[in-house]
Ligand binder design. Structure first.
Ligand SMILES: Cc1ncc(COP(=O)(O)O)c(C=O)c1O
Length: 402
């Protein structure tokens, strides 16, 4: 399928844009022999934490790694329950399950697709330790209600902010709204660090120190300033002055590299501009698509600033074709890369095998029949956005007459 000449296929990809400044930043770090977790990582952590309004940032290899560290630092383990949403990437649940704890899925608000605080309340038991809301597509969850529930039941709150770099709730940035926030800089995200990457934010020193330790194999000498410290030489088995390492637990290597951090620093500077373009595109889509019968839009809550990592529409029963056909037609006949974020996690085979079942989250399951993600990328021109809109209009008309 050939796209109209004016449209570059790249406009339909996901993620961010690299410019000259990122290229220069990479070369500069290479010329300084490209260390693993060096001064640029520290600078990136500080800049990102300051941007979010938290005391600490911790750069990691991915959001999956960051969420894993957040669960470990929160003491999640066998017998514990963590309440999360079924509508997310599977990482959100896997970091719970991998520690032997139970992922408990609370249903969603049908209008925003975010986890519904009332459904969370209904799932709290004496085994619940933590709430893990996901700011789906870049729109923050109802954090006042979620934090009130957590305070009432003495639970921790970890924000999965993988989609939400630059998003805000009541003028506070995502990542500063719970005990811990976790971001993704994977190639498809609003800001990126060379394919993979993530950041943890927190203002809780004890949690930060635990995550810092586990990020780097629980190596005892890896102090909060990121420096290796000498250990008391009198304890060395050889009785000599010597630097050696001791380990406090079974940790990981989830360290970001300096090259990635150097790129992340530049991307962070551009984030507001990149997100502003996403918002313009979302506005253009919303204006036009709201007039097409049978197509639903998600509700934008007035107290949030959306980062529009994803722009989704609902293909409702009165649209002439169903979701599957809608996606297939746009993809095969129009060359438009559409997707569906995401199949509800409890319906995946691996979670069904863990005892999850159809009907567990009926609202999520119903909406899964409808939600489709349209292309949104800061590189997209108005002409490309209009091409998508026109293609949907055509599908509506064609479908209506057949
Ligand atoms: C909601 C959500 N959480 C977590 C992740 C995991 O991010 P990463 O790919 O950086 O591990 C993703 C990735 O797409 C995601 O969408």
């Amino acid at each position: 399928m050939n796209l109209p000449k004016a449209i570059n296929e790249l406009e339909f990809s996901h993620g961010s844009i690299y410019g000259e400044e990122e290229r220069e930043a990479v070369l500069e770090v290479m010329n300084a022999s490209a260390p693993s977790c060096g001064p640029r990582v520290k600078a990136f952590e500080e800049a990102f934490a300051a941007y979010c309004g938290t005391s600490y940032g911790l750069a990691v290899t991915s959001a999956t790694a960051g969420l894993e560290l957040a669960m470990i630092a929160s003491g999640i383990g066998p017998g514990d329950e963590v309440i999360t949403t079924p509508v997310s990437w599977i990482s959100t649940a896997n970091v719970i399950t991998s520690l032997g704890a139970k992922a408990v899925f609370a249903d969603i608000d049908p209008d925003t697709l975010n986890i519904d605080p009332d459904c969370i309340a209904a799932k709290i038991t004496e085994r619940t330790k933590l709430i893990l809301p996901v700011h789906l597509y870049g729109q923050c969850c109802q954090m006042d209600e979620i934090n009130a529930l957590a305070a009432k039941h003495n639970l921790l709150v970890v924000e999965d902010a993988a989609h939400a770099a630059g998003a805000a709730y009541k003028d506070r940035k995502a990542g500063s709204l719970g005990d811990i926030g976790v971001f993704s800089f994977h190639q498809q995200k609003n800001m990126v660090t060379l394919g993979e990457g993530g950041m943890i934010t927190t203002s809780n020193l004890a949690l930060y120190e635990r995550m810092l330790s586990y990020r780097s194999l629980c190596c005892r000498t890896y102090d909060p300033k990121g420096k290796y410290l000498p250990i008391d030489e009198s304890k060395h088995p050889m009785g000599k002055r010597y630097w050696y390492l001791e380990f406090d637990g079974i940790g990981f290597n989830f360290r970001m590299t300096d090259i990635q951090a150097a790129v992340g620093l530049v991307q962070l500077k551009r984030l507001e501009t990149l997100n502003a373009r996403r918002r313009e595109i979302a506005h253009r889509y919303s204006e036009a698509l709201s007039k097409i019968p049978g197509l639903g839009l998600l509700r934008q809550t007035p107290d949030t600033t959306h980062s529009f990592h994803v722009f989704a529409v609902l293909v409702q029963p009165d649209f002439p074709v169903d979701k599957e056909e809608f996606m297939w037609e746009l993809y095969t006949k129009k060359g438009i890369k559409v997707w569906s974020h995401y199949m509800p996690i409890h319906l995946t085979e691996v979670y069904r095998n863990l005892g999850h079942f159809d009907g567990e989250c009926p609202i999520a399951e119903g909406r899964f029949e409808q939600y489709v993600s349209l292309p949104i990328h800061p590189r997209m021109t108005d002409a490309a956005v209009d091409y998508v809109i026109e293609s949907i209009r055509e599908l509506r008309l064609r479908g209506a007459t057949t």
